[in-house]
Design a protein around this ligand. Sequence first.
Ligand code: PNS
Length: 165
Amino acid sequence: MRRAACPGSFDPVTNGHMDIVERASRLFDEVVVAVGVNRSKSRLFTAEERIAMLEQACEPFSNVRVAGFTGLLTTFCAENSIQAIVKGLRAVSDFDYELQMAQMNASLADIETVFVPTSPEYSFLASSLVKEVAGFGGDVSGLIPGFVNERLTARLAERGSGLEG
Ligand code: PNS
């Protein structure tokens, strides 16, 4: 069985992420959306919330499952018999860092990284920008699943206003 990981923070999942997950699901027998839950970073959504939103978003894809991981991605892949990591590349600016990570991961384990070019309509999309725009009242409804937009709106309202920093 050819199994791939789609790793990320997914804070929150966007339509751009789902485009990559869907395309990976056509390339591999099974795709594991691997949600990085390292505690050091501050997030708008908890690991449990990010995983729950991804599970809902991935419901249409029968060969996709969602799992959280801590520590090294290569360790998670080895433990789950995952042979490949799928990453979306939005622009040349993504390439330097993604190449560095791919080569580091390959030096740590027998794992291939497969780069998938982001569909043009999502090439500007990033969770960080979605949060910033939504935090200032901008309309991000076309960029994230509808139920994620509802949770994002609710979370930002709880937080009281625009995001800090
Ligand atoms: O959505 P992001 O923030 O770009 O996701 C980054 C992620 C989670 C894929 C990356 O930080 C990662 O793989 N973290 C796990 C720790 C690890 O393996 N670090 C070495 C990478 S070469």
